[in-house]
Design a protein around this ligand. Structure first.
Ligand SMILES: Cc1cc2nc3c(=O)[nH]c(=O)nc-3n(C[C@H](O)[C@H](O)[C@H](O)COP(=O)(O)O)c2cc1C
Length: 336
């Protein structure tokens, strides 16, 4: 694997920091065409295929044209914070090749909402593929006023977003996951949903944690549904799943070790929602590392699938690899 993927020779953070340059170069060689497979329309948004870029890959929305050239069916940019911030210091990334696992404790390095706005505003609409904007809070904002950060990003970036992803499931911003707890969730989400309804009417999507218990997941679904959320992402990185991996104790694990948990959360959500899932958007994310993994998530009931780790371990041609395999499937297999 490592011979054909030179970025796996260099330390993971360095590879991450160099990836925009490599991506520009590589994507520049590719045709600008989004492969069509299992296409569908949701809330007026056209998805030519259901495989997209997960949050955190393109944190500032700087590589959108490259993702389009590479064949992504949709792109989630961010997590963006209101003000620019550097993220955590010290070791922030690592990988395990044998297990196709990533570890990170980046803590939302972001060039800020204004910079994101500058990158998104010039794109002509409708976008070539849907663009989701994933929003978070600055590290120095106390939890008590975190809502203001989310409202700020919502107001600033909704005009350019096809949907907004509320990220309160990252393990790398101190205390953030507290907001997912049943006792805080309603009062946190409700004002965001109300502001959105009154001002922008963009679909709101909640990104969930793989470390939630089934009861917490159920409550999060019920509360978010009640206040008007339209979709969910299962899941962010996990603070567990370290068995056999020499990763530090803090931070989050993704890639191979996350697959089972991500699938279980999707299944549980489908069970909880039942017929209420109709018209909602269920996005599976975590441990999708091959075309078959992507197809399995769709067969389980996901509407969309997202990848981060696959872009590291399989490379930026992953979208085309999956599209090629999809073309070989009998049409009924990938037809809803
Ligand atoms: C280095 C790194 C940075 C990430 N940054 C973010 C982020 O800023 N916002 C977010 O919502 N998720 C972030 N994630 C989580 C991914 O979006 C995704 O939920 C997780 O990696 C599971 O998908 P995967 O197994 O395909 O990697 C990050 C993941 C990694 C590995």
């Amino acid at each position: 694997m490592i011979l054909t993927k030179p970025w796996l020779w260099v330390p993971s953070r360095m590879a991450h920091d160099l990836s925009p340059y490599f991506l520009q170069l590589y994507a520049g060689l590719k045709a600008r065409r989004t492969p069509t497979w299992k296409s569908f329309t949701w809330q007026g948004l056209e998805f030519k295929n259901p495989l997209g870029v997960a949050g955190g890959v393109d944190k500032d929305g700087e590589q959108i044209q490259a993702w389009w050239n590479l064949g992504a069916g949709f792109i989630e940019v961010g997590t963006v914070t209101p003000q620019a911030q550097p993220g955590n210091s010290g070791q922030t990334m690592s990988r395990n090749l044998a297990r196709q696992a990533l570890w990170n404790r980046m803590g939302f390095p972001s060039r800020g909402a204004q910079h994101m706005e500058k990158n998104l505003a010039p794109l002509s609409e409708p976008h070539l593929t849907p663009i989701f904007v994933n929003i978070g809070k600055n590290a120095r904002t106390p939890l008590e006023t975190a809502q203001d950060d989310y409202l700020y990003c919502l107001r600033k970036l909704s005009p350019y977003a096809d949907a907004l992803v509320i990220n309160i499931s990252s393990p790398n911003t101190a205390g953030l996951r507290e907001l997912l707890k049943p006792q805080y969730l309603h009062s946190f989400l409700q004002p965001l949903a109300e502001a959105n309804r009154n001002e922008f009417a963009r679909p709101l999507i909640l990104k969930l944690s793989p470390d939630m218990s089934d009861e917490e997941l159920e409550t999060a679904l019920e509360v978010s549904l009640e206040v008007g959320f339209e979709g969910w992402i299962f899941t962010n990185t996990s603070t567990g799943l370290r068995e056999g991996l020499a990763f530090p104790k803090e931070g989050g694990v993704s890639g191979g070790p996350l697959a089972l948990c991500a699938k279980n959360k999707l299944k549980k959500a489908l069970e909880v929602l039942g017929p209420r899932r109709r018209g909602k958007l269920l996005i599976s994310c975590g441990g999708v590392l091959s075309p078959e993994d992507a197809f399995e998530r769709l067969e389980l009931g996901a509407d969309l699938v997202q990848v981060y780790s696959a872009l590291v371990f399989c490379g930026p041609s992953f979208f085309q690899q999956v599209a090629k395999q999809a073309a070989l499937k009998p049409p009924e297999v990938l037809t809803p």
